[in-house]
Design a protein around this ligand. Structure first.
Ligand SMILES: Cc1ncc(COP(=O)(O)O)c(C=O)c1O
Length: 353
């Protein structure tokens, strides 16, 4: 596929070039109605790019096929069968994935206990029964590690009729699950694996980063591009592969949950980010990994600071680590009831600085 193209971005550029007037929302009319004090801070250009009725960019962005082509390019860039763009962040995407896999299934869904609030909210609103998978808990450092394949197997033995499994990897600390092993355990039972890869947008684009979910057999993965990529806040994509998840049902779940006014800025930036990553992602990530290595070394040289790495990995810890996330440990002040306490701080870095 021709990855130098960015169909949504190009359509938006053409709309701006033609200087069309939109008679539909958004009500600011490509910035004309915006208070100058707002424009002075946010920038009138942002409002000029916030359009609904650009040719072919209607409220479902489907007329003209721009969205479909942008999604096909994204799928091709990362090697997924199919990709969907979504606004409202992975908070929405993960709910749609849960409902596509387990909605209406009274046997529930295996869910890792270390899940994000959006997953818990998804359970509450969908009524899907959680069948908890216990993650590994590091009591000394006060953090959890993603569950192992063995822990997922044990959960399946307890709840063999569950509709599928959902795990989070990488965690916000950059710690990663053995997704290949977990996918194998699920597929032995013909069940799909959903991976909440909100923190893994960059993973497909550099071999020195942890393997990403689609490469090792996950059926759906949900990615927040705004976290580790250059998307606007709320930009999220789903990737789907294989035949254990019905993509039409997934599309309907997304459609019903999502806004009917998706933001063109978010979608166009996603489109442009995919082009950037295909063309330059490897070099950008190379530079980011070098910066992270240097940062880790220099921080380790500061008395009282320890950058965690080896202690996060192993049979009783995580399978892999995204080293762009720099997690620090420093001895804190001794609380009254103990002699020593450790505290952790993460400096989530992205390739953008
Ligand atoms: C593991 C995990 N999943 C899902 C989400 C939700 O992502 P978003 O902020 O894109 O809605 C987050 C957000 O921090 C997260 O950390």
């Amino acid at each position: 596929m021709d990855h130098s193209r960015a169909p949504l971005l190009d359509a938006l550029g053409e709309y701006q070039r033609l200087d069309r007037y939109g008679f539909t929302p958004p009500g600011h009319r490509q910035s004309r109605g915006v208070d100058e004090r707002v424009a002075a801070i946010i920038g009138a250009d942002a409002f000029r790019a916030d359009v609904l009725a650009a040719p072919g960019i209607d409220d479902r962005l489907s007329r003209g096929g721009y969205l479909a082509r942008a999604e096909e390019l994204m799928a091709d860039a990362v090697g997924a069968d199919q990709t969907f763009f979504a606004t409202c962040g992975s908070s929405l995407s993960v709910k749609a994935a849960m409902m596509a896999v387990a909605g209406g299934n009274e046997n529930g869904l295996l869910v890792a206990r270390d899940s994000h609030k959006s997953i818990v909210a998804g359970l509450i609103f969908s009524g899907v029964l959680p069948r908890w998978i216990t993650p590994r808990w590091d009591a000394e450092r006060h953090l959890s590690h993603p569950p192992s394949p063995e822990q997922v197997r044990q959960a399946w033995e307890k709840y063999p009729e569950a509709a599928g499994a959902l795990i989070v990897s990488p965690s916000p600390y950059g710690t990663c699950a053995d997704i290949a092993g977990i996918a194998r355990v699920c597929h032995e039972r013909g069940k799909p694996l959903i991976v909440d890869e909100a923190w893994g947008a960059h993973l497909p684009f550099h071999p020195d980063l942890p393997t990403w979910a689609m490469d090792v057999g996950a059926d759906i993965c949900v990615v927040s591009v705004h976290k580790m990529g250059a998307g606007f806040e709320q930009s999220s994509v789903f990737h789907v592969q294989g035949d254990l998840v019905d993509p039409v049902r997934l599309r309907h779940c997304v459609d019903l949950l999502m806004t009917t006014s998706p933001n063109v800025l978010i979608y166009s930036a996603l489109d442009g980010w995919r082009r950037q990553m295909v063309e330059r992602g490897h070099d950008l990530l190379d530079a980011a990994l070098r910066t992270a290595r240097r940062t880790r070394t220099e921080l380790n040289g500061i008395p009282g600071i320890q950058v965690m790495e080896d202690e996060l990995l192993g049979a009783e810890a995580s399978h892999d680590l995204d080293r762009l996330q720099v997690l620090l440990m420093s001895p804190g002040p001794a609380p009254p009831d103990t002699t020593r306490r450790t505290g952790c701080a993460g400096t989530g870095s992205s390739i953008w600085g």
